[in-house]
Design a protein. Structure first.
Lengths: 321, 597
């Protein structure tokens, strides 16, 4: 486990470096992004130099990187060019919504995907299994944004059952249960979209793992022990099937983040994905870096968590390193 | 008690078990031995209701037919009454649960004990099987193969079953661990019945009161373990024993001709479908795999007919391929399924006496040589060995006694006799005329028995020469004995004896004039022919060390009398007669502790 932690620290360092470099490698110019197209006409060389100095963009790259790391250590992620507030403040505003949306979607898609995967794998090639595989196969073919757009058009715009944008009704002054209900109504469509988009992968992964474990000899032994069907299905076959499922958790969180970008943008949900999209269009480097960092650290943490869970499920896995 | 009646298990068109009938009284132990693919595992799975094949017949457990038992009742019977330890020890333990959890589980799941009491009992059982307490809470992958097997046995004992089925409990274990596991299992005798499914014949003989031999899904021999494993009656059982390395047998390992593979493809071991247990939770449910073959047609049928072993059997006769021999009882409940009543006595010598004047060369000599067997007649010079060979071959007339061949009394030595019995003499010059070329010498028996011209038999001669590993080119065919070495001449003599495909070869000191290296080659060749076509060898020799390596049984002659007879390992390790002891003591051996001389 110790060697593993060192691996994670190295990964973190690489992420920080990339995080610093990537926005600077993108085409476009931050000044242009901040001040719009007319800036090209109005910008005098003196003014440009002054602006570059203000944003510390005139310094050599290594210096900029050192500054970046130093400030990061102090919890300072810099100042958003666009919002003109500290990046950490912007992230603090967006993160709770994302945690609510992405966390719920992850839990819901995992629980549903795993349960359905175990049941379908157990009943391989029976009608229920075939139906589920067909359905999830179809679902898997839809890109995240298409699911989001469809839900938006049908249930938001068409049927108007749910609000089409935002995380709550602005200036309504709601509190207590009314606020919770309002948040839930706003959450419904993006959450459904994100859950559906992630359900198929989880289901197919679990089902595939089940098909492997039900052939294992310890499952046959469990049957010989006269255990109840449910015990064999979940305690023996299902539990063992969780090992590859847990191993993929890190990858899945990464994929979830991509889905989040689309879904939050479509529903104008004020989370990390939506704000990231904003920052991207504005070339708001510090903000972009801040979001990238949050996402990268989240994915890395998910990987670490996956390792720990996998080791708990299958103690053999730790020995592979 | 367990009683299996006419149990047949089919997977699609394939019959894995074919009318198996076995009985296991309460507290007794039965070993079912056979090669992989014989159906041992399927038998174990069938008794526990875990096979997905189509089953016919009856499996009676204390009077209840398990094949008609409702699934839920069967589930409650499992582990409470019949526990199963599958093969591949470690794979049968869940990798993510501790040993203690897995031993505890069936007690709680079957409501036999409260969790705390179940854990207490689990720990007691684990200690009892010899698993150190600090390993009780370990995960299976941290344990050795032997410890996992111990854990599985403790698990099998958890609910105090009346029967434990053990599938290959010793495979994959080192010899010391294997011995410990066998001792552990031996300690269970009386506590519950054991059904041992194994290819480990020594384990069967150590643990089981009775042994059944399974070949391609059929029981071919069954009886008390001592009888079946030390005095096998079925050719397959003998082949199995000859191929099994052990510290008792002194004869070299021999195989069984042909292959046990099933006619189409052949998958050794488990039928692949038997792995698909989980989506057929109940064995009596509909079998949805593969085409439901009509047992009366197609490939399935040919295997149902006849003796399953007949394609590999060296003594098969007319009814063997067409009629299945019944598993018939003999004395002591030793049952055998063979049209020929087991391995046939090929040559019987009954009360032969011969005098040369006042010298009694043979005095009431009686011996039996079975099909595919090597019997050595050993003794000092002048003990009557060569006279015996000559009497058998009809070269010397005895005063009294009879010679029987294939259960018929030999009245006269006609062509038919010599077609079946051939002799190789000590001196190749006694077999081959110095005026004959190799071709003429080897073809001579063919010309005598089949007629025709010399040229017609050239191909046969070449084939036989190749069989004895001699050149078969034209140059060699034209050689005369004086062109060749002693070893080559003796091999030509053997080739000549083999041309007619005899069932019995009488060899009088066939290699005593040859170098040890040539002798080794010649005997390897003869034993290979024995393996391939069931050639019986009557070896006349004074060399006990040679005899124990190439013979199944020994007959010791002294002054014309048989003084001792028995399996060669028994005679050479614990001789009874004083003269046999003298012979054994005089046999060549490297003295121990000579390294420093």
């Amino acid at each position: 486990m110790r060697g593993k932690l060192i691996n994670y620290l190295i990964a973190l360092l690489i992420i920080l470096t990339l995080n610093f470099l990537l926005p600077r490698l993108m085409p476009g110019d931050p000044l242009q992004a901040i001040h719009g197209g007319e800036m090209l006409v109005e910008l005098t060389p003196e003014r440009e130099a002054e602006l570059l100095r203000r944003y510390a963009l005139d310094q050599p790259l290594p210096r900029q990187f050192a500054n970046y790391l130093g400030r990061l250590a102090g919890g300072d992620l810099g100042r958003s060019y666009y919002y003109a507030v500290p990046v950490s403040e912007v992230i603090r505003g967006a993160l709770p919504w994302t945690l609510l949306l992405a966390g719920s979607a992850l839990v819901l898609s995992s629980v549903a995907g795993i349960l359905l995967g175990i049941e379908a794998g157990w009943r391989r090639d029976r009608p229920a299994d075939r139906a589920l595989v067909g359905l999830t196969g179809l679902l898997n073919g839809f890109p995240d944004f298409l699911i989001g757009a469809l839900l938006l058009v049908v249930f938001g715009a068409g049927l108007a059952w749910f609000p089409v944008s935002g995380a709550l009704t602005p200036y309504a002054g709601l509190a207590g249960p009314a606020l919770a209900a309002d948040v839930a109504r706003h959450l419904a469509l993006p959450l459904t979209a994100l859950t559906l988009a992630n359900l198929a992968g989880m289901f197919l992964l679990t089902r595939g793992a089940m098909l492997g474990t039900i052939r294992e000899r310890y499952v046959l032994t469990a049957r010989a022990k006269g255990l109840r069907d449910r015990t064999i299905r979940y305690r023996h076959a299902g539990r063992a099937a969780m090992s590859p499922v847990a191993a993929r958790l890190g990858v899945r969180v990464g994929r979830l983040m991509v889905g989040l970008l689309f879904i939050e943008t479509i529903f104008a949900y004020p989370g990390v994905g939506h704000m990231l999209h904003q920052a991207l269009t504005m070339r708001d480097y510090p903000l972009l870096q801040g979001f990238f960092l949050v996402i990268a650290v989240t994915v890395l943490a998910a990987n670490l968590l996956a390792d720990i869970i996998q080791h708990r499920i299958d103690p053999r896995s730790g020995h592979a390193y | 008690m367990l009683r299996i009646e006419e149990l047949t298990v089919r997977f699609g068109a394939e019959t894995v078990l074919d009318r198996v009938t076995l009985e296991l009284p309460a507290g007794a132990s039965l070993a079912v031995v056979g090669e992989s693919g014989a159906g041992k595992t399927t038998l174990g799975l069938a008794v526990t209701g875990l096979t997905v094949g189509r089953l016919q017949g009856r499996i009676l457990w204390g009077g209840t037919d398990l094949l008609t038992l409702p699934p839920e009742e069967f589930r409650r019977l499992r582990w409470n009454e019949i526990a199963l330890v599958l093969q591949h020890g470690g794979d049968n333990l869940h990798p993510g649960l501790t040993i203690e959890q897995q031993v505890t589980e069936p007690m709680i799941e079957h409501d036999r004990h409260k969790p705390a009491a179940a854990r207490e009992r689990a720990r007691r059982l684990l200690r009892e099987v010899g698993l150190a307490p600090e390993k009780h809470r370990a995960f299976p992958h941290t344990l050795s193969g032997g410890e996992r097997q111990q854990a599985l046995i403790a698990m099998a004992l958890a609910n105090d079953p009346g029967l434990i089925i053990l599938d290959e409990p010793t495979s994959g274990l080192d010899t010391v661990t294997r011995r410990d596991i066998l001792a552990l299992l031996h300690g269970l005798s009386g506590r519950c019945a054991l059904l041992l499914l194994t290819h480990d014949l020594a384990a069967a003989s150590a643990l089981a009161g009775r042994t059944a031999v399974l070949y391609r899904g059929q029981v071919v021999e069954e009886g008390p373990s001592g009888k079946v494993l030390r005095g096998p009656r079925h050719p397959y059982t003998r082949g199995l024993l000859r191929a099994y390395p052990n510290m008792t047998t002194t004869k070299d390992l021999q195989g069984i001709p042909g292959r046990a593979h099933r006619t189409h493809g052949g998958h050794g071991g488990l039928h692949p479908h038997t792995h698909d247990y989980t989506h057929h939770p109940h064995p009596h449910g509909t079998h949805r795999h593969g085409p439901e073959a009509d047992p009366a047609t197609g490939d399935g049928r040919s295997r149902h007919r006849g003796c399953p072993f007949h394609p590999r059997c060296t003594q098969a006769v007319a009814p063997c391929p067409t009629t299945r021999p019944p598993l018939a009882g003999e004395e002591d409940g030793h049952r055998l399924a063979c049209h020929r009543g087991g391995i046939v006595p090929l040559l019987q010598v009954r009360g032969i006496s011969k005098r040369y004047g006042a010298v009694r060369a043979l005095e009431q000599v009686t011996l039996t040589l079975y099909e595919g067997e090597t019997l050595a007649v050993v003794g000092q010079s002048g003990s009557g060995k060569t006279t015996l060979a000559n009497v058998i071959m009809g070269l010397t007339a005895p005063e009294a006694g009879e010679v029987w061949l294939e259960q018929e009394k030999v009245a006269r030595r006609d062509r038919d006799f010599y077609r079946r019995v051939q002799m190789v003499f000590q001196d190749p010059a006694a077999s081959i005329s110095h005026r004959h070329t190799v071709l003429q010498a080897v073809a001579e028996p063919l010309l005598l028995h089949l007629g025709g011209r010399l040229q017609d038999h050239t191909d046969t001669v070449r084939r036989v020469l190749e069989e004895v590993q001699l050149p078969s080119d034209d140059l060699f065919l034209q050689r005369y004995p004086h062109h060749m070495s002693g070893g080559e001449n003796q091999r030509v003599a053997i080739a000549r004896a083999l041309t007619l495909g005899p069932k019995l070869l009488v060899a009088d000191e066939p290699t005593s004039a040859l170098d040890a290296s040539i002798q080794a080659k010649i005997f390897r060749l003869l034993l290979q022919l024995q393996e391939e076509r069931g050639l019986a060898l009557l070896l006349i020799t004074h060399d006990l060390a040679l005899a124990r390596k190439v013979c199944d049984r020994l007959v010791v002659l002294q002054a014309g009398r048989v003084i001792e007879t028995g399996p060669s390992d028994q005679i050479t390790t614990s001789p009874v007669h004083p003269h046999t002891r003298t012979l054994v003591a005089a046999a060549p051996a490297f003295c121990s502790g000579c390294e420093n001389k």
